[in-house]
Structures are given as C-alpha cells and as structure tokens.
Write a new protein. Sequence first.
Lengths: 188, 253
Amino acid sequence: VTIWQRLLANRTAWTALMVAVLVLGGAWTWIGRVAPGADPGGPRAIAPRPGFLAPGFALETLQGSSLSLADLQGKAVVLNFWATWCLPCRVEMPALEHTWLDWQDEGLIIVAVNLQESRGHVADYAGELGLTFPVLLDQDGSVFQQYQVQLYPTTFFIGRDGVIHDVVFGGPMAETLIASKAAELLGE
Amino acid sequence: MFPVLRIGPLALQTAGLVILLGFWLALELASRQGARQGLQKETVHNAGFYGAIVGIIGARLGYAIVHWPIYRHDLLGLIALNPQTLHPLAGLITGAIVAFLYLRKRGASLKSVVDAAAPGLAVVMGFQALADFVSGQGLGATAAVPWGISVWGEVRHPVQLYELGLWVLGALLIWRAGRAIPAPGTLFMLFLATYGVALLLVEPFRAQSTLILGGIRAEQLAGLLALLAALWLMRAWWVRSAGSTSQGRDGAA
C-alpha cells in the first residue's frame, strides 16, 4: 500500500489536505493580486521580443523623406525586415501589399525595412511589384542590428501601444497569417 | 535566448524542435504507462501518431474558424506552411479525441486512457516550459533576487525554469505513482493537480496575467480550482472504486 493509497483511505486526512490547499492557495492568490492600474510585470523595457516595447528608429523612405517609429504612434504596425536577394521575402511581398490595402483604413501600417541595398535597385523592385506601403532603407544595417534580425525575412507585429505582440522568423508568410495577426493587433 | 537555431544554411525554430522532442518522449512514456495498465505498446504508439496527425489538422481548422472572415476569402491559406497559424487548444482537443476513439475501439476505457497519458502530458508541459525559456517567451516579472536572469538588460524571474522544475518533480511523482494506481482516473487527476500547483505557484511571478475581480490573476484562480477539483475527484473515484471492489468481494463470497 503506497502513501497515496493510505492518504486516500483516510477521510479526515484527505479533508484536512483539501482545507489546507483552499486556505493556503486562497491566501497565495490574494497575495499575488495586482493593484488597480499597475502592470503585473513592472514597467515595460525596450527590446525586440514579444512583451517588450519596440525599439525606436528613424530611417529614410524610398522617396527621401524620414519616417520614425514614433511617427506611427497609435497605429498597429507590421514591421518587415527584408532584402531583394531573399527569395521568401520576395514571395511574401504581394501578401503584405494586399493586407496593407485591405486594412490601412482600420489603422494598420506595413513598413518594410530593406537591408543595405541601393535606393535605385529597391525602388525598381518596389515599382515592379507595385508596392504602395512605406519601404525604408537601412543603409548601415543599424536597425537590423537593433532588432537582432538573424533570419530573412523577420516580421514584428507591434500593437497600438508600441508593444511587440508577435515575431515571425522566416517566411514566406501566407496572406492569412499576416491578416490574422493584423486583425488581432487591431482588435486589442 | 535562442529563438532560431542556425545549422549551416538551415534555420530552425528552437521552440518547435524542443516541443517535438517532448512529444516523442511523451509518447514513449505513455506507451510504457499503458503497458503497465495492460494496453499494448504498439496500440498506444499508433493512437499517438493518429492523434498528432489529426491534431495538426484540427489546430489549423481551429485557427481558421477563429479567423473565419479572413479565411473565407482565401481557403488556400488552410494549407499554408506557417506553423504560426495553428490553434494549440483546438489541436489538443481534436488529437486527444482521435487518440481516445482509436484506443476505445480496442477496448480501453476513458479513465485508463487518460491515466496512460498522464506521465507523457507532464513531460510535454515540462518541454513547453523549456521551449518558452529558450525562445524567450512567457517572461517573468522584474525581480531583485540573486537567481534572477538578465533579459534584455533587466533582471527577471526565470518563471519558465520555475515551471520546468515543478514539471520535472510532477513527472517523476506521476511516473512513480503510475506503478500502482489506486483507482482508474486518479493518475490523470494527479497530473491535473500538478498543473494546478504550477499555475497557482508560478503565476504571481509572471510579467503578464489576465486580471479579474479587482486584480486577482485569473490563471492563478483557475489553478487553485483545478487543484481542488483534482483532489476531490481523486478521493471520490477512489471511494467508488473501493466500494465496487468490496461489493465484488462480498458477492463472490
């Protein structure tokens, strides 16, 4: 007969165990509660991973103007890191464009950050595919480093609150994946 | 944190690899526990295999149902090779139903099936915690403790390791208890109790929780209720089983 069986056979001991669990567990749950308005995890830090605030940046667009993450405050952002030589990046571009066309009025913005390629080459490519969302040029690769991108493409889904909700490493992403993640961002 | 493992030109998602390894180990443990209970090892392996296949399909369908306004315009998305478009709970439920029906057809009862699955489920939960740790998911709250880990410049509770530790203990306990199950279903209740303990103890150290009733962490309350329910059912099933055994003995006498 095991200790478990002996305990089960003893009604008083089992009842005492349940009462102890209820009292101690209830007290622990009460101690673990979060004060109204407080963040359970403490103030949010900045890091390129889910649950953290997205690192800020400012880069040049294909048209030569500057765009920063701070400019997009209040919008849900799909931040895609890519290069024209990367096959999965190229495959998913039309899906990103469709999602942008479908959801831009709802407050979604798609931003594609290109890694260290010439403005002319990227502009030709974007024109060929008819991309209308902002394409940024990371000429020195500093934003790729800041976001610790190790795999092309890598896509960050950032909520209206500036917090990264999801990261998709690799691709190509199906349009259903991009759109469903975008819908989740906009629904929150 | 290593969300992506690069082997030459290959880039593999670490969390997926760890969970696959956990599933394989869980299936092996389930077949061994099943053998202790009189189920054939091969039958349990087959049930796990069919459960996994249907589970993946169920997970994709579950995700598509949740996001139906998107999928109804793009049904090809159902066969997209994106593991991010899976609904884990839907997959778990459909896979479990298929595995159970397969075993049921071969004469196993519901309680014996869930008992056989219990050690493997504990292992899967442990590997899930490990996958979260290596991929940097499920962050802990900021902490000023000597054993805290530095995550992106901040010291945090290693909640995934707390969970892993509890599941290692839980899996060992369940595996040992599986040698002599007091009554059908009670081994699975031991798994449920471990799950409840893990939620109850670890949740206050997490960075994100669902808050209800003026700041109570919903996951912690769910853990407490699961633990109490598991303890109550364990005893109730043992009493019923002991009663029917003594009645059987009386009848035979």
